[in-house]
Design a binder for this molecule. Structure first.
Ligand code: 13P
Length: 252
């Protein structure tokens, strides 16, 4: 059985005070959610305080990105995976489409970040997903397979336990236009097949694949009813404790 992961990506939202307030409001609302791992990803400057305030709870903290570099050094503006771990993060999101599109992230840099994060013992949530144009041109599977092959390049069996994938079709992010459960399931099944071919069927069976893109309290149950959807990476609806808690508690 794969334990679902419900992760909230807070993107570049919330002051430190707001982040702490939201995290503390969330804590009691998801305290009984044993059916899934609950993760929130605040901005870098809030990770330490949020992680401290959530210590002992079932909510884990993620970074939204990390450096390709493993060692500290002269890299202005960068933060290593071990620095994230040092301040309480246990997960890191890598290769989000906003980083790929706005900050020229490539499969090569995603791959380096994945390896850096794994070497520091973090769980990695690696994002893949096609644009609307690519989907309309019938290239969605090719694009996603390329991102998987690029990002997972060089990983071996022990690393795979700490890899979580997130399928986030770019056309569904922040648009209110969710992929239907069937569309998402189709791509998730494809991702699992690609992973099985690259690695092993055992590793593919254990792999958690999250869906992201306009996940809301009213569509999470339909998405989670699909056999290959193992959780969600939530943007907008994770910013408010009550709507994120409703998503986490989709089963009750
Ligand atoms: P929305 O849930 O706001 O569409 O964002 C999805 C996302 O990008 C999560 O990483």
């Amino acid at each position: 059985m794969r334990k679902p992961v419900i992760a909230g990506n807070w993107k570049m939202y919330k002051s430190l005070g707001e982040a702490v307030e939201t995290a503390l409001a969330l804590k009691p609302l998801v305290a009984n959610a044993n059916h899934c791992e609950v993760v929130i990803a605040p901005v870098f400057t809030a990770i330490k305080t949020v992680a401290d305030r959530l210590e002992g709870s079932n909510i884990k903290v993620a970074g939204q990105d990390c450096s390709t570099e493993v060692e500290e050094g002269a890299h202005t503006g960068e933060v290593t995976a071990s620095m994230l771990k040092d301040v309480g993060a246990r997960y890191v999101i890598v290769g989000h489409s906003e980083r790929r599109q706005i900050y020229c992230e490539t499969d090569m840099s995603v791959s380096k970040k994945v390896k850096a994060a794994l070497s520091d013992g973090l769980f990695v949530i690696m994002c893949v997903g096609e644009s609307l144009e690519q989907r309309e041109q019938g290239k969605a599977e090719n694009v996603v397979a390329g991102q998987l092959n690029g990002g997972l390049n060089g990983l071996t069996a022990p690393d795979l336990d700490r890899i979580i994938l997130a399928y986030e079709p770019v056309w569904a992010i922040g648009t209110g236009r969710t992929a239907t459960p069937e569309q998402a399931q189709e791509m998730h099944a494809f991702i699992r097949r690609v992973f099985a071919e690259r690695h092993s069927s055992g590793a593919a069976d254990a792999l958690r694949i999250l869906y992201g893109g306009s996940v809301k309290p009213d569509n999470i149950a339909g998405l989670m009813s699909q056999p290959d959807i193992d959780g969600a990476l939530v943007g907008g609806a994770s910013l408010k404790a009550d709507s994120f808690a409703q998503i986490v508690n989709y089963r009750s």
